[in-house]
Write a protein of this length. Structure first.
Lengths: 150, 309
């Protein structure tokens, strides 16, 4: 289980399983987990975080950050969010065009999150799932820093 | 000629009046000086009081005299001539510094220009696009107007409800919710799929205003009432709001307002593919960060705002 925080939602804490449910809780969830320390074994993996700047262009939100694990930098993450649209599959072509304008050949394919449910409303949990997948990918790659893009 | 003579007489009385004012001022200040100095030192109290009162009275008399003189002179000076053909704007022409502030000449030029254009070209152009959407005729005199003219501005609310519910059933992906929180004018909340929400304020069956907001945006105020004033947070929907306002002015048919509402809703329904349809002219999705927000009024094709013909 992963516990994640997102600065876009400062009062929330996300707890997610791979291919499993995602829990959105209050920030006190961290404290709760500390209290429950005796009941589970925490993995030895160190904390991964990405820090960077946040840009706004028209209705697009672009966040470019450096992914660091401990003291070492592991890669670059770029997040693009299109605010007005709530159904993920609708605006993929629009997002793709926007990404291509500044990423060129590095544009990724459609994220797996989109494929599952066609008309479901996109939520913050989906963002966290994508981040989790990205961080796992970076963790698996040992030393060579790669650009992980979603 | 008579004007010149008139002016010279006034001037003399004017200068006399000014000196009379000066005399009046000095006599008034003498009165106050006398009061300030108080009683002079004399042998007996009575003597002192008498001398003071006599002095005070003298000063007051001189004030009176000067005031009467001034009044007489002011009647002689007279008023400036009242037959001013230019009224208030003519007072601007009395400005002595004409080259630094040529207000009057500029005013005359502006007036002549606006007269010329209003009488000629502007009236033709401005009256071409009549935006009167109701069936009431204002220009017809009371005698010629038939007595029992049916007006589309006053319709029973039940009729409006029926029309709206019929349109609601017409389109499956569009749902219309009608409420009347402020009197008789209907307010519709139209939800189009999962794309957008539109608040339509109506006046009997005429559409007055629309506000377009995103699907996840809040359309209610803190009291729970429909918020008809605040704009959307997203630029896309602000643009679509502008287009919707253009559309409600475009679809006009004064005698059959229900057809108008139906065509407006049909036009609005084309926005279900707001984020999926590329522009028909340039083929791209984004232009300045905006998707194609314009829908043609006849063909309902998607265009960017800058790409439309």
């Amino acid at each position: 289980m992963y516990v994640m925080h997102n600065s876009e939602y400062p009062l929330s804490c996300f707890a997610l399983f791979e291919n499993g449910p995602c829990l959105i809780a209050d920030t006190n969830f961290d404290v709760l987990m500390v209290k429950l320390k005796g009941f589970f074994q925490s993995a030895k993996a160190s904390k991964i975080e990405t820090r960077g700047t946040r840009y706004q262009y028209c209705d697009f939100l672009v966040k470019v950050g450096t992914v660091t694990m401990g003291p070492s930098a592991r890669g670059i993450s770029v997040e693009v969010e299109y605010g007005p649209c709530v159904v993920a599959s609708d605006c993929w072509s629009l997002l793709l065009e926007f990404l291509q304008s500044f990423l060129g050949s590095h544009t990724p394919g459609a994220p797996a999150v989109f494929g599952n449910r066609h008309d479901a409303v996109y939520g913050p949990a989906d963002t966290m799932v994508q981040y989790m997948e990205l961080f796992n990918k970076i963790r698996k790659q040992q030393q060579v820093p790669v650009a992980g893009i979603r | 000629m008579a004007d010149v003579i008139n002016v010279s007489v006034n001037l003399e009385a004017f200068s006399q009046a000014i000196s009379a004012i000066q005399a009046l001022r000095s006599s008034v200040s003498r009165v106050f000086d006398c009061l300030k100095d108080g009683m002079r030192n004399k042998e007996t109290l009575e003597g002192r009081e008498k001398a003071f009162i006599a002095h005070f009275q003298d000063n007051l008399h001189s004030v009176n005299r000067d005031l009467n003189e001034l009044e007489r002179l002011s009647n002689l000076v007279g008023k400036p001539s009242e037959n001013h053909p230019l009224h208030n704007s003519g007072l601007l022409s009395l400005d002595p510094v004409q080259d630094k502030t040529p207000l009057y000449s500029q005013l005359l030029q502006a007036y002549k220009w606006s007269n010329k254009y209003h009488a000629g070209l502007a009236s033709g152009l401005l009256n071409q696009q009549s935006l009167k959407r109701s069936a009431n005729q204002m220009g017809v005199s009371a005698k010629r107007r038939p007595k029992a003219q049916p007006t589309t501005l006053v319709l029973p609310p039940q009729y409006v409800d029926d029309v709206i519910s019929r349109i609601d059933r017409m389109f499956p992906e569009m749902s219309i919710h009608l409420s009347r929180p402020n009197g008789t004018s209907a307010m519709l909340l139209v939800t189009l799929g999962k794309v957008l929400k539109v608040i339509v304020v109506m006046r009997s069956l005429f559409i007055d205003r629309t506000i377009v907001k995103g699907y996840n945006e809040n359309v209610y105020t803190e009291d729970g009432k429909l918020d008809i004033w605040s704009k959307s947070n997203y630029q896309v929907f602000q643009k679509v709001t502008d287009h919707a306002t253009t559309a409600l002015l475009h679809y006009q048919l004064p005698q059959m307002p229900d057809v108008v509402v139906r065509s407006f809703m049909t036009w609005l329904r084309s926005y279900i593919k707001l984020f999926q349809a590329p522009c028909q002219r340039c083929g791209k999705f984004l232009q300045d960060g905006l998707p194609p927000t314009w829908r043609d009024f006849r063909t309902l094709e998607a265009f960017h705002d800058t790409c439309r013909q």
